[in-house]
Design a protein around this ligand. Structure first.
Ligand SMILES: O=c1ccn([C@@H]2O[C@H](COP(=O)(O)OP(=O)(O)O[C@H]3OC[C@@H](O)[C@H](O)[C@H]3O)[C@@H](O)[C@H]2O)c(=O)[nH]1
Length: 368
């Protein structure tokens, strides 16, 4: 039965093929010779040919002169400045300022009309913290997309609440000790408790954050080809035997002390960053941050500026530890953030000390 049906179908099919073949195109083939003189007549009537030729002439004139005009534009002083500055900005964002990774992704030459600076997608770990939230503000205000990763151990949502309605801002509750996959251009890695009170509270968690957290973020940078900035610390110098500390100084650090989870943790984080840089070609930047102050500092974080401010507000005596002759320098948070962004966008890996060059003793600080 199936065979018969099949046969019938194929027969029908063959007939279908035959019918159009027998009728199809013969009339059309006859039509052409007759229509050719008619078309020529049509062209010559009412000066149609003249209009067609004029149209072709206008069209080709435009295409001949158009490249010349665009080549001439830069020599015009006004056009030149605006054009060159827009191209410069394009490259600048991309590298974020440098010829680094981003220049590989952009196309040189003319910037198509309506396309200005390409915004970057940037991860800020610890972006809900004191320094991180100011950094996020700066990146958002220059037009970038920012994804904050924070576990809110010391970071606070209040530091970012003003950005919650912004479509270029995202906040993820996540601990960097666990891996995460995101498509980004740059990673600012700030996540870690930074005040001695906080990092001594859970030292194992502190060193885990510095080692495993940094490892995960470097792995992410390697995987997605992002540039990575590590926020290290002046504490890598330990109890320094050199004053002031240059970046070339290797420090004097106690590996088994109460502060070691932070000091040695950050030293290991620096080692990891350099190993990923040398071994896996990850573009890294290392900042060694000195004492910083400014708005959104947590009054109870136990650091000297917070403590002194809180004590003055509460009309309590200021607690100067030891003889008060130990020195520190203090930079304002917006200066630090400018330094971090400049470092990320610059050509140099670092490490770079970021701090105020002027030092004074804790007794002097209390007197101010
Ligand atoms: O109430 C206080 C608090 C602190 N201090 C003293 O003030 C000095 C500064 O102490 P802080 O706790 O503010 O900060 P530290 O300089 O020890 O560490 C800091 O340095 C660099 C950053 O990277 C670290 O994250 C930060 O904790 C210390 O000598 C401390 O003993 C006081 O005299 N009184």
């Amino acid at each position: 039965m199936m065979k018969q049906l099949h046969k019938q179908t194929s027969l029908n099919h063959r007939r279908d093929e035959e019918i159009p073949n027998s009728q199809s195109y013969s009339p059309k083939m006859l039509k052409h010779p007759r229509s050719l003189p008619r078309s020529i007549n049509y062209l010559f009537k009412e000066q149609r040919l003249l209009f067609i030729l004029v149209g072709i002439l206008i069209g080709s004139t435009f295409f001949i002169f158009q490249p010349t005009l665009s080549r001439l534009n830069p020599s015009d002083p006004t056009t030149h400045s605006s054009l060159s500055s827009s191209i410069y900005h394009g490259n600048q964002d991309s590298s974020s300022g440098s010829s680094g990774f981003f220049s590989k992704r952009t196309f040189p030459g003319r910037v198509p009309a309506g396309i200005g600076r390409k915004s970057l997608r940037i991860v800020v770990t610890g972006g809900a913290g004191f320094v991180g939230s100011h950094l996020v503000d700066k990146l958002i205000s220059r037009g970038d997309e920012v994804i904050v990763i924070d576990n809110f151990f010391t970071g606070r949502k209040e530091n970012l609440v003003h950005l919650f309605g912004n479509p270029r801002f995202e906040l993820i509750r996540h601990d960097v000790v666990e891996p995460i996959l995101l498509e980004v251009d740059q990673i600012y890695h700030l996540a870690c408790p930074a005040s001695p009170v906080h990092y001594k509270y859970n030292p194992v968690k502190t060193i885990k954050t510095n080692v495993m957290g940094t490892l995960n973020m470097l792995g992410l940078a390697k995987r997605v080809g992002a540039r990575f900035l590590l926020t290290s610390t002046s504490e890598v110098y330990g109890d320094p035997l050199e004053h002031p500390q240059k970046e070339t100084y290797w420090g004097n650090v106690n590996p088994i002390g109460e502060r070691s989870c932070y000091d040695e943790g950050k030293r290991t984080a620096e080692t990891l960053a350099m190993d990923y840089h040398r071994g896996a070609d990850v573009e890294v930047r290392i900042a060694r941050i000195f004492n910083t102050y400014g708005p959104r500092m947590c009054l109870d974080d136990g650091r000297v500026v917070s403590n002194f401010v809180a004590q003055v507000i509460r009309k309590q005596p200021m607690t100067v530890y030891g003889d008060g002759k130990q020195t520190r320098s203090f930079q304002y948070v917006s200066d630090l953030v400018d330094g971090l962004v400049a470092l990320m966008e610059g050509e140099h890996v670092g490490p770079f000390n970021l701090g105020n060059p002027g030092e004074f003793t804790m007794l002097e600080l209390a007197e101010r």
